[in-house]
Design a protein. Structure first.
Length: 271
């Protein structure tokens, strides 16, 4: 009987078994992320004491992203104007300003900057914490009675949550002026820059900007908590670090889009 047990090949799980295992993995990741989020919020009480580490992370998350964020935003604004002008050539080009203003403040600015932060800074967070987990540096911190959440996660969490709304305002400004640049230099667009801004100010309200900032707060939490979660659960050496980094970025993108829908739906329900 023992020989038969040793030689027996384990059966591969069927489709239902694989679906159940995948669902359990998803729930486990979400549970760990929720638990880490709660711990990071509690540790935020120490921000005045640990402000130096928070400022360092804000520079890495925010300041170092300004150049690529400006490049991305200006071309998105320019493309929006070119695409919309081509469709509105026979209708009314005066709505180019509102189209760019509303698209940048309510949707493109928040999502674009959140993706940029998750892909650039989030992947770095996952890789850093993943390497520290694999090489037992996290356990070493616990041995020295240092809370890894307060020491590592909280500065990244606070920095991303505060920096992303500011990056969104920056992106909105650059994107709107990118569209204005195309309006000013493209002879095919029969619209003046003054008309572009005047019509934009008629349609874009302060509440639209607030919705974008609310998205920024939520997306900043996601783009920091999810990478830190995957970093702290990394296993398996260098290959595990690479897998955790990729998974962190993918999960961040998915959750950003999910919460984007929930915030938009909630704002429509309130209005």
């Amino acid at each position: 009987m023992a020989v038969e047990a040793i030689g027996r090949v384990p059966r591969r799980p069927g489709p239902i078994g694989r679906l159940g295992a995948g669902l359990l993995d998803v729930l486990q990741v979400l549970g760990e992320a929720a638990s880490l989020f709660t711990a990071a919020v509690r540790a935020s009480a120490f921000v005045p004491v640990d402000r130096q580490r928070v400022v360092v992370q804000m520079v890495r998350v925010g300041t170092d992203t300004l150049s690529i964020g400006a490049l991305l935003s200006v071309f998105v604004g320019m493309v929006l104007v070119v695409q919309a002008a081509d469709q509105l050539r026979e209708v009314n080009e005066s709505v180019l300003g509102p189209i760019v203003g509303l698209a940048m403040t309510k949707e493109l600015g928040p999502v674009m900057m959140a993706f940029l932060l998750a892909g650039r800074a989030g992947s770095a967070m996952a890789a850093e914490l993943g390497s520290m987990t694999v090489y037992d540096e996290i356990n070493a911190l616990r041995t020295m009675d240092i809370d890894p959440v307060r020491f590592l996660v909280m500065p990244r969490f606070v920095a991303a949550t505060l920096a992303l709304p500011l990056l969104i305002l920056y992106s909105d400004f650059i994107g709107v002026w990118g569209g204005a640049l195309v309006v000013a230099i493209d002879p095919a667009i029969k619209l003046t820059t003054n008309e572009y801004f005047a019509r934009m100010l008629e349609w874009v309200h302060f509440s639209d900007v607030v919705i974008g900032l609310v998205k920024g707060l939520m997306f900043g939490m996601i783009a920091s908590v999810v990478p830190c979660t995957f970093g702290l659960r990394t296993r398996g050496g260098t290959e595990g670090i690479a897998t955790a980094t990729t998974s962190a970025v993918v999960w961040s993108f998915i959750l950003i889009l999910v919460f984007d829908f929930l915030i938009v739906r909630g704002s429509f329900a309130v209005n």
